[in-house]
Design a protein around this ligand. Sequence first.
Ligand code: BGC
Length: 688
Amino acid sequence: MKLDLSTLTIDEKIALLVGRDVWHTETASGKLPSLTLNDGPSGLRQVVDKNDPAAHPKSIKQDRGTASATAMPTLSALSCTWNPELAFLDGQVIADDCIERNADVLLAPGVNIKRTPVCGRNFEYLSEDPYLAGEMAKSFINGVQSSGVGTSLKHFCLNNIEVDRLFNSSEADERTVREIYLPAFEKALEAKPWTVMCAYNQINGIWASENRKYLKSILREELGFDGLIMSDWGATHDAPRALKATLDLTMPHSSRHLKELREAYNRGEITEGEIDERVEKLLELIEKCKNADKKVKRTKEERHAAAVKIAEEAIVLLKNDNNTLPIRDKRLMVIGEMARNPSLGGGGSSFVYTAHNFEPLENLIKQNLCEDTEFISATDAYSPEVSVSRYNGLSALCYRAMEAESVILCIGNNDLVEIEGVDRSTIKLSQNHEKLILTLAKANPKLIVILYTGSAIDMSVWKDSVAAIVQAGFGGEGISEALANVLTGKVSPSGKLTESYPMCLEDNPTVATRPSVICKALSKLQNSSADKYTEGVFVGYRYYDTTDTDVLFPFGHGLSYADFRYTGLTILQNGDTDFTVSLTVTNTSDIPAKETVQLYVSDIISTVERPDKELKGFAKIDLAPGESKQISMNLDYRSFAFYNVSLGDWHVENGDFDILVGASSRDIRLKGRIRIALPREKQYTVAK
Ligand code: BGC
C-alpha cells in the first residue's frame, strides 16, 4: 500500500526533495525504501565500493570503481540500426543488469538533438533528426520499463553542447524549439518514462531546473508527463525556485539546497501544499519500483549475444569501392589497437565497464573464413601510432602491408576525445591517424578503414585514398564479433547514418554562425554565455539539403552488399491530412539483407521558410535473395505541419507536398505529390 503523506513530518518531506547521496533517494527516517538511480544509456554504470566483489579488476581499462555490466552500443550506434525492435531489446538487456544490481531507475535515454558535430556527448544521443530520435527512444524506454526498471528521459531540454554546459543559455526561438528540440521528447513520452531529468543549461535565460514554462507548462501540462522530474547532477541552482517550477528531486545530495528549502518554508515562501505535490511524485515512483515485475530475462551469454546482434545492424558501410568488402582475399593484415581493444563508448557518466574478454578481430575473421586465410603480422601492428612517430617503424609496417592483398585498419576516437563535459575542437581524426591512413593507403590501395567513433568525422583528406570505410561506431562489447560477421559477409551491413557527415566542420551552420560553440576561450572573450540557435530549424540535413551544401556522407546513408529496387509508390488518402504511403522493395541480389526505407515530406510552397525535406517515417525490412515486400508508412497532420508561432499551434497550410521515398536524404528513389485542401476554417494564411 502506498505510504500516506500524512505519516511524514514536514522535515522528512523536505528532506525527500534532495537525494540521500550521489545515487540514492532519501528514506524519511527509514519509512521509505531508498531508490537507486544509475547511469546510463549504453549499459549500467554503477559506482561501487572498491571492496565490493563486483568492483571490476584493474585489467582492461583503468579502474573506475564501477561494477561490470554488459557494454551495449552507445545510443549513437544504436540509432544507426534504424530498428526500434533492437532499441527495445537493448533496453531489456540493460534492465537485466539493473535488476541484478538492484538499480531502480536507469538514467537514460538522452534524446538531445545533435545540433553540432563537435558536441562532446553526441555519442550519447540518437540523431540530428527528432523523428528518428523519438521513435528509437520510445522503444528503448519500453524495453527497459517492460522489465520493471524505470527510465529517465534526459536532458530536458536544449542541451546540445558541452562547452560551458553549466552556464550556457540556449537561446532558441519558439518555432525552432517546437519543431526540432521538443518532438523527440514528445514522442518518447508516449512510452511513459517514470522520470525525466532536466538539463544543466538555461533555456532562454532561465535555468532548465527552474524553468516553469518548460517543466510545468510544456512538459507536464502540454505533453502530459505525470512522473518525477529530477535535476541533472548539480543542475539545481535555487531549490525553492526549482520546486515552484515543479522539479521534484534535486540530485545528488546537497546540504545547501536542503537548507534553502527549509529556510524558504520557514519564511512562508514555499507552502506545505507545494512540498506535498512534489513528494507525492517520489512516493508514486517508489510505488512503481516496488510493484514492478522485475524478472531477469536473459543470461549473461544471451545479453552478450544481443550486444553482438545490435552492433551488427549498427555498423554502417560508408564506402566500398569495387566491392572490396566482403573480404574475398586470402592474405590479410589487421592493423590498429582497436582490433584488440575496441573503443566501446565515449567518456563520462555513460562509460560502461565490461568484463568481456576481447578476442582479436583477426581471430574472429579467421573463424568465418576458410582455413587457408593467412594473416600478415608486424611489429607495431597493434600500436601503429607508435610507428607514426618513428619513421622507420612506419616504413616497416608499410613494407609488411604491401605483402597483403588487403589491409584492415582499426582506428578511431577513444573516451578522452569524445567525452562528456568537453566539445571536440576538430572533427578530424588526429594528425597521426590521418598520416597513418595516407601512408598505408600508398603501400596498399586495398585499405579498409574501420572507424570507431561516436560522432561525425571529417575524412576529406583521406576518404578518396582508401578502398572501403566501415563505421563501427562505439559498438559496445559485441563490436568485434559483429565486425567479423559483416567484414566476411556472414551478415550484410544494414546500418545507416543518423547524422550528416559534413565535408568539414566549417560547413556546419552552428559553426559558421557562432565560432564560440567550439571554443570556450572565444566565448569567454565575447563575455557571453548565450548560445544562439540562429540556424533555427535548419539543423543537420535540414540545413545541408536546403542550401545544397555538399556533404561527405548524407543523413541516412549506408551501403549494403545487396541491391534493392524500390517500385510501385502509391499514396492513399484516408482523411484531410492522413495518408498511407506504400511501395515495394525488392532485393535484386543473391544474398539476404536488410534495408531501411526512409520517407521524407517536402512542402512545395509555404509562408514560412521550411527545410527542403523532413523525415516523417521509416521502415526496416529483411529481404531474402530476390524477395519483394510491400511496406506501408502513415502520414498524419504533424507530418505536414510547421509550428505557427502566432497560432501557438501546429499548422498545415493547404497546397502541394512532395512525398519522397529514399535510401538516404540524398538518394530519393520514388517521388509522389499530394494536395492538401483543408476547409477554410482550418486555414489561417493565404492559400497557396
Ligand atoms: C550527466 C547525466 C548523468 C548524471 C549522473 C551528469 O553529469 O549529465 O547525464 O545521468 O551526471 O551521472
